[in-house]
Design a protein around this ligand. Structure first.
Ligand code: NDP
Length: 294
């Protein structure tokens, strides 16, 4: 890897290795952290995420209980399964893979998860606790971004961070985590979105840019100052006839042009992506520790 490229794969592998040791120590005390995963339907991207999550659980020694349900599953049956997992002491974390089929109300299902097992960090109780700076399950992708910055030695204290995107799963929580009066945070944060009048006016002032728009080339080299740190959360498929699959993955920033100007930058793939599942494992281990008052 080039010196200024943040190697998300390596950082994720380091954290997984630490978790593996932690899980092995917990097992010696008779505690095996467990993750319950529910997938409804046949969405290929969801299926591959769930398979990757199952593999990751196995890799670090977690117990996992997986349910792959048909598309026609009713909301009532799904909520009954979530409640069964809420009551199961072998399960410390519950993950319902999104998106759910249209006939199911996602919010009703997420609300049924016991906040003590909300390892995705999407339950309003977790979001509220995060917002007021209390200990909470942090949503996995934003938490992964914070860990990437921390482990790459990027100082956020007093830095101006520009977050581009305001979704509930990335933009809002990552901005929230970064302005908390805490270690590895305490930044001045600007949040931009499609209503922002002149995006480059803000990005040019940024010490750190977090791009989460789902649009390739949202940030180009003329929009940043020299030495900026760029975390690219985006994952976009673009046509590439040279690939067997017919596409390749790119992020939300013009990586090739920016890598010569940024002091640090994440690649896509291999940047934020590997951190998301890793932080899910992290939350599951934390949940098991909390359940056992460790
Ligand atoms: P959403 O589509 O929910 O949100 C995108 C946000 O970006 C919106 O707030 C939108 O503004 C804003 N936006 C879009 N275009 C522009 C623009 N040109 N200028 C400024 N703001 C813009 O996306 P997500 O947050 O769910 O995901 C963002 C990206 O991150 C996607 O590529 C997704 O695939 C990826 N992702 C990657 C993960 C990983 O593990 N690596 C995990 C989750 C997501 P407005 O609110 O005004 O519409």
């Amino acid at each position: 890897m080039t010196a200024n490229i943040i190697d998300g794969k390596q950082i994720a592998a380091d954290i997984r290795n630490e978790l593996k040791h932690e899980v092995s120590a917990l097992k010696q005390k008779g505690i095996t952290p467990g993750l319950g995963v529910i997938l409804v339907g046949e969405d290929p991207a969801s299926k591959s995420y769930v398979t990757a999550k199952e593999r990751a659980c196995e890799e670090i020694g977690l117990y996992s209980d997986d349910y792959r349900l048909p598309r026609e599953t009713t909301q009532a049956d799904l909520i009954t399964l979530v409640k069964k997992m809420n009551a199961d002491p072998k399960i410390n974390g519950i993950l319902v893979q999104l998106p759910l089929p249209k006939h199911i109300n996602e919010s009703d299902v997420l609300m049924a998860i016991d906040p003590a097992k909300d390892v995705d960090g999407f339950h309003p109780v977790s979001v509220g606790k995060m917002m007021i700076g209390e200990k909470a399950f942090l949503p996995c992708t934003p938490h992964g971004v914070i860990k990437l910055l921390e482990r790459s030695g990027v100082k956020t204290e007093g830095a101006h961070v520009v977050v581009v995107g305001r979704s509930n799963i990335v933009g809002k929580p990552v901005a929230n985590l970064l302005f908390q009066k805490k270690k590895n945070a305490n930044a001045t944060v600007t949040i931009c979105h499609t209503g922002t009048k002149d995006l480059s006016y803000f990005t040019k002032q940024a010490d750190i840019i977090i791009a989460a728009t789902g649009k390739p080339n949202t940030i180009t080299a003329d929009m940043v100052k020299n030495g900026v740190v760029i975390i690219d959360v985006g994952v976009n498929r673009i046509e590439d006839t040279s690939k067997k699959s017919g596409f390749r993955l790119v992020g939300d920033v013009d990586f090739e042009a920016l890598k010569g100007k940024a002091s640090l930058i994440t690649p896509v793939p291999g940047g934020v992506g590997p951190m998301t599942i890793t932080m899910l494992l992290f939350n599951t281990v934390e949940s098991a520790k909390m359940a056992n008052r460790i």
